[in-house]
Design a protein around this ligand. Structure first.
Ligand code: ZN
Length: 306
């Protein structure tokens, strides 16, 4: 009988979300490290974040901001490190990968994976009350020329890539890049569902999930996330079907739980997994499942929680 793999939980702590009244949403490196440790203790094995201005929360690409987070996480946890790419999206490949390449020759600090979004999309927010978009010209540009250039850099520097797909067309595009030999065969597929205010992706429905799953190559791993929406229901289906889950305040405020930190959010996914009789993966198990090199010199949850 096929043995079910343990559940990989990824924490997505900030994205471009603003803090509002929940100070748990981290901007500064210290705040990001704090949330990473809380998420790790609760069961997360992958950590994803965006560089932000420590005071204003504005997007920042500075290598130093990334470096401080990477060092802090490596000192305290064995999390898989998965930073975003730099914010520039038009023909500025160096700015997108600078912080990743800056640590790539360091055996401890080098990141475990980097995400690539496999297409362009309109990202204006929808206001369901006024029945208007808040803007009409916001485009997240990822031309195939840029994708090719980024993937060539990552291949050259041996950086593992997770494939972030907002629809099945982006998955089909990513599979073309696999056939070109530019995207690893063992990529982690990240299915992006979107909430009502961001109608740029699939709604978190069973039918939407099935459409994504139908495009996954044999034996590849996949996870669900929900940008600007609540991931919990689609998370439960993913756990039951053998997929994995990403959650965080970067994607959704989860104010129905008060003002949660990432430890509480990850704990809810871990509890859901236990209820559905599925183990939660340690970072070492996650590296094994994704066929990534182990980082045996790092602190483990088992030793940290004693
Ligand atoms: Zn991100």
């Amino acid at each position: 009988m096929h043995k079910e793999l343990p559940l990989i939980i990824e924490c997505r702590c900030n994205e471009i979300a603003m803090r509002g009244d929940n100070t748990a949403l981290p901007y500064s490196p210290k705040e990001i490290i704090r949330e990473a440790v809380l998420a790790w203790k609760a069961g997360a094995s992958i950590f994803h974040w965006h560089g932000r201005d420590p005071q204003t929360g504005k997007p920042r690409n500075d290598v130093e901001l990334y470096l401080e987070v990477i060092q802090g996480i490596r000192e305290q946890t064995d999390l898989l490190i998965h930073p975003t790419l730099g914010y520039i999206t038009q023909n500025q490949i160096e700015d997108r990968v600078r912080h990743i390449l800056a640590v790539n020759d360091d055996p401890v600090l080098r990141v475990d994976m980097a995400p690539v979004d496999f297409g362009s999309l309109n990202v204006d927010f929808w206001n369901p009350i006024t029945k208007q978009f808040n803007s009409y010209d916001q485009v997240y540009v990822n031309s195939r020329e840029n994708l090719k250039a980024v993937l060539e850099v990552f291949k050259k520097h041996n950086v593992y890539v997770s494939s972030v797909c907002w629809d099945v067309g982006q998955m089909r595009t990513a599979r073309c890049f696999q056939e070109m030999g530019l995207l690893p065969q063992n990529t982690l597929w990240e299915f992006v569902f979107t909430g009502e205010v961001m109608p740029s992706g699939a709604a978190p429905t069973i039918a939407g999930l099935q459409a994504f799953i139908a495009e996954v190559p044999k034996d590849n791993q996949w996870l669900v996330l929900c940008w600007n929406g609540d991931v919990m229901r689609v998370a439960s289906w993913a756990i039951a079907l053998g997929g994995h889950v990403a959650i965080g305040l970067g994607d959704h405020h989860y104010s129905r739980f008060g003002k949660p930190h990432h430890g509480e959010l990850v704990e809810k996914i871990a509890q859901m997994a236990h209820t559905l009789n599925r183990e939660v993966a340690t970072p070492a198990q996650t590296r094994e499942i994704l066929q990534l090199p182990q980082r045996s010199q790092l602190p483990t949850r088992a030793t940290a929680l004693v």
